[in-house]
Design a protein around this ligand. Structure first.
Ligand code: FMN
Length: 208
């Protein structure tokens, strides 16, 4: 079994997926269950997932994703959404932590007040939805890798078209498409990265 560090180094964005190896609903649910373990501000958990598995639906999605074939070839293409009004669910979410004895009720109330204040700013609410859903998507990608699957995060799609085709309301911002499945031959090898010295500064910012 590969270690997490090996998986991080091994992961690539796949273009080629095996069209003949579907994933069961149980396997898809497991991937999403791992994704829900990702952190989010106040534990709001803004990420939502629409798992597109039917051939006809994947073709419709491909049409609003600039014809990118992997959307149709992957066993499942997730539409990863961010809830723009995620903070409205915070009282119920924090009540679970209070119930579990992790948080006291007073702290929970103060977090709700803080979150309501912060996310009255629609721009910040959107930033947070995208941030949290992105972390959940990355967590899903690592889980997929650990299961011997590959993934391919995508921003190349028309968000309004995706919402229209799949009946997604304006409450949600489409954060990325994420095809996941078994690999087919022909994927790129891992691409070189910037050296650490070009991306890291200690203690103060600098012009990188
Ligand atoms: C937010 C995001 C959006 C991306 N959108 C696309 C896309 O629409 N189509 C595509 O082929 N690759 C897309 N990629 C994949 C990147 O090209 C890829 O991650 C990058 O080249 C590094 O390669 P690697 O992931 O294999 O290491 C996207 C990646 C990210 C993180």
């Amino acid at each position: 079994m590969s270690s997490t560090l090996d998986l991080i180094r091994k992961r690539i964005s796949a273009n080629k997926f095996d069209r003949n190896r579907p994933l069961s609903q149980a396997e898809i649910r497991e991937l999403v269950e791992f994704a829900t373990q990702a952190p989010s501000s106040f534990n709001i958990q803004h990420a939502r997932f629409v798992a597109v598995t039917r051939a006809a639906d994947k073709e419709r999605l491909k049409a609003v994703a600039y014809g990118q074939q992997k959307v149709a070839d992957a066993a499942v293409t997730f539409v990863v959404l961010g809830d723009l009004r995620g903070h409205e669910k915070l009282p119920g979410i924090l009540a679970r932590s209070v119930q579990a004895g992790i948080l006291d009720a007073k702290t929970a109330d103060s977090w709700v007040g803080m979150a309501n204040g912060m996310y009255a700013n629609a721009e910040l609410a959107r930033d947070e939805a995208i941030r949290s859903a992105s972390l959940a998507a990355m967590t899903l990608m690592v889980a997929a890798e650990a299961k011997g699957l590959v993934s391919g995060p995508m921003i190349g799609f028309d968000p309004e078209g995706v919402k229209r085709e799949l009946g997604i309301s304006d409450r949600y911002v489409p954060v990325m498409l994420l095809p996941v499945g078994h690999p087919a031959p022909g994927n790129w090898p891992r691409k070189p990265r910037l050296p650490v010295d070009e991306v890291l500064a200690f203690d103060r910012g600098r012009e990188f």
